[in-house]
Write a protein that binds this ligand. Structure first.
Ligand code: GLU
Length: 409
């Protein structure tokens, strides 16, 4: 399995080969400002104590406070969190929001813990890090397996420790705890706005056949939004496998089926398929929406999609990316495609600091503006340098960060 941080640095190098930038910045972006590893002791429900390893990486704050989610996963490690924090730096710059890049995590399978244990663990993460996070320092948010409820434990713990009542230290909170309207579907919706802005330019039809890998917040909401706009979702999968119906899946019914049976398998009118089969389906758009390193040099030759929309972070390895480019399969990169989540997180932070609450319509309209302008700016860079969308996106971000960081701080 390739190391996500090596992959992230390979992407950076590639962009730097196309256009050299301020060498101070180029050098600095190879290292996070800080990477912090913590150990969180938790009393378990049975009275025993367990120690969990946690992380916060603060990558770069040239454009604003460090910003990025917290992932709960048994395979989380410092290299993954470093890569994700680096991508957040690039992502916020592309989205045009005044935030830097950070990321956090805990090595844990949350399914092994009770709700009370998850609460203690989440509060424990904040206890260890309360001095380095803050509305103007570092603003965490949800990521894989972390929910608005978990964010509410965290913001409450931060308030208890510091007395800050703005709520702006954490985004992705429940709406009644200072969360923003529209944060739930924001990543999927942002991906859709990006896609709609670029669809014609890439040469895709008005109605597309779409395959979605991942059925979490991003995959499920993304699929639903594409379907609501007349695209056909022909296959989806979760970690156990997927289902395929060439005439399109009814996603609400499928979500109920998963709730009732615990899996997507055996959904009426569809065919069970493996994750590998799903990736190889002929379609207009393939949207990997789960984890890193899903499309690799081993399976890239089986891809039959016309376009890949990276709703997950880091799903395509650099080797696979080169092969897709040579085969003329456009990849709409993660740092653009999934930037809707952090954009609405920025709106939430802004509302908290101003003590405002915007309507869902206001949030969606603003999100659409940000996504359209980011997509067009990336497209322009890609055209200017006759390169891939990913390199175009990186060049845009490096330019924006470079302008702010004229000299080393
Ligand atoms: N975890 C999300 C991401 O990878 C959102 C981060 C945020 O809202 O700060 O972009």
């Amino acid at each position: 399995m390739s190391n996500p941080f090596d992959n992230a640095m390979a992407q950076l190098e590639k962009a730097l080969q196309i256009k050299s930038i301020n060498t101070n910045l180029a050098q600095k972006l190879h290292y996070p400002d800080r990477d912090i590893r913590i150990h969180i002791p938790i009393s378990m429900d049975d009275g025993s104590t367990r120690i969990f390893e946690g992380y916060r990486v603060q990558y770069d704050n040239t454009l604003g406070p460090y910003k990025g989610g917290i992932r709960y996963h048994q395979d989380a490690d410092i290299n993954e969190v470093k890569a994700l924090a680096f991508w957040m730096t690039i992502k916020c710059a592309i989205a045009g929001i005044p935030m830097g890049g950070g990321k956090g995590g805990i090595k844990v399978n949350p399914k092994d813990l009770s709700e009370k244990e998850i609460e203690r663990l989440s509060r424990g993460w904040v206890q260890k890090l309360s001095d380095v996070i803050g509305p103007h320092k570092d603003v965490p948010a949800p990521d894989v397996n972390t929910t608005p409820l978990i964010m509410s434990y965290m913001v409450d713990e931060y308030e208890k420790i510091t007395g800050d009542t703005s709520g702006a230290v954490i985004t992705g909170k429940p709406i009644d705890k200072g969360g923003s309207e529209g944060r739930g579907p924001a990543t999927g919706l942002g991906g859709f706005y990006v896609f709609e802005t670029l669809r014609g330019k890439i040469g895709l039809p008005e109605k597309c056949k779409v395959v979605v890998q991942g059925f979490g917040n991003v995959g499920f909401n993304g699929a639903k939004i594409f379907a609501q706009h007349g695209h056909s979702i022909i296959a989806v999968s979760d970690s156990k496998g997927g289902v395929y119906n060439e005439n399109g899946l009814d996603l609400e019914k499928l979500a109920d089926h998963k709730k009732n049976t615990g899996s997507l398998a055996d959904f009426e009118g569809s065919k069970n398929i493996s994750n590998e089969e799903l990736l190889a389906l002929p379609c207009d758009v393939l949207a990997p929406s789960a984890f890193e390193n899903v499309i690799t040099k081993e399976n890239v030759h089986s891809i039959q999609a016309k376009v890949i929309l990276e709703l997950a972070n880091g799903p395509v390895t650099p080797e696979a990316d080169d092969i897709l480019f040579s085969k003329n399969i456009a990849v709409i990169p993660d740092v653009l495609a999934n930037s809707g989540g952090v954009t609405v997180s920025f709106f939430e932070w802004d509302q908290n600091l101003k003590n405002e609450h915007w309507t869902e319509k206001d949030v969606f309209d603003k999100l659409q503006e940000y996504m359209q302008s980011a997509s067009l700016a990336v497209w322009q860079k890609k055209e200017e340098y006759n390169t891939s969308l990913r390199v175009g996106a990186f060049l845009l971000a490096l330019e924006r960060i470079g302008e702010k960081m004229k000299v080393l701080k």
